[in-house]
Write a protein that binds this ligand. Structure first.
Ligand SMILES: C[S@@+](CC[C@H](N)C(=O)[O-])C[C@H]1O[C@@H](n2cnc3c(N)ncnc32)[C@H](O)[C@@H]1O
Length: 204
């Protein structure tokens, strides 16, 4: 038996140049648009679409393989008109999103590295927080969760000092995920009995 050659996934979908209008991209003029940054294998996307039939979703996944496979799976399950995943670096493309074009953004377990030398790889930087503040509409939400306590503390203080965001309730820390959808890593953490630190912020 000959082994399959490795696939390059060069066909993974990419975003168009210029300003990105998520509604136009999905052909959904009035539906609320939610964005997941780094969906990986995509479990949250599928469960979230099933949980709320009103919404449409975008995923930005830096790994071409997962962007291509999850986007193909969305189409083969008849969800292609409600969601797409693009092979993009969220840090580069989010500043091009039309202002106030997103109802919610989810960032699940973004930075599994927490050593000093890994800081340049961090996803949730001050620049990304600024871009999120611009892209999320007033009253919209930002949900971030991680299993690394130090990371959750750093995200919380970065978001508390950002003028665009305020805690969803009296505190940004929430015990549960209220979206009726779990990310793959979240599901594994819960199965292993590991703590999950969750933050929910409102766009002011
Ligand atoms: C630790 S995994 C978590 C995957 C998934 N969110 C979950 O909770 O199971 C982090 C994901 O973020 C993606 N990622 C990292 N940096 C990114 C970036 N700058 N833009 C888009 N995706 C990114 C990785 O490729 C990976 O799929």
């Amino acid at each position: 038996m000959t082994a399959e050659p490795p696939r390059s996934y060069s066909h993974a979908p990419r975003l168009p140049e210029g300003e990105i209008d998520p509604c136009a991209l999905l052909g959904a003029e009035r539906a609320p648009v939610e964005l997941e940054i780094g969906p990986g294998r995509g479990g949250f996307l599928f469960e979230r679409l099933a949980a709320d039939p009103e919404i449409v979703m975008l995923g930005l996944e830096i790994r071409r393989k997962w962007a291509a496979l999850v986007d193909e799976r969305l189409q083969s399950r008849g969800l292609g008109a409600r969601a797409r995943v693009f092979a993009e670096d969220a840090k580069l493309v989010l500043p091009r999103f039309r202002p106030a074009s997103l109802r919610a953004v989810f960032v699940h377990f973004p930075d599994p590295w927490w050593k000093k030398r890994h800081e340049k790889r961090l996803l949730l930087t001050d620049d990304l927080v600024t871009a999120l503040g611009r892209a999320i509409r007033s009253g919209g939400e930002l949900f971030v969760q991680t299993d690394v306590l130090e990371r959750s503390m750093a995200y919380e203080s970065a978001l508390l000092k950002a003028a665009d965001f305020m805690p969803w309730e009296s505190s940004a820390r929430v015990a549960d995920n209220p979206y009726h959808a779990l990310s793959p890593r979240e599901r594994r953490a819960l199965a292993d009995g590991l703590p999950v630190f969750r933050l929910r912020f409102r766009r002011v």
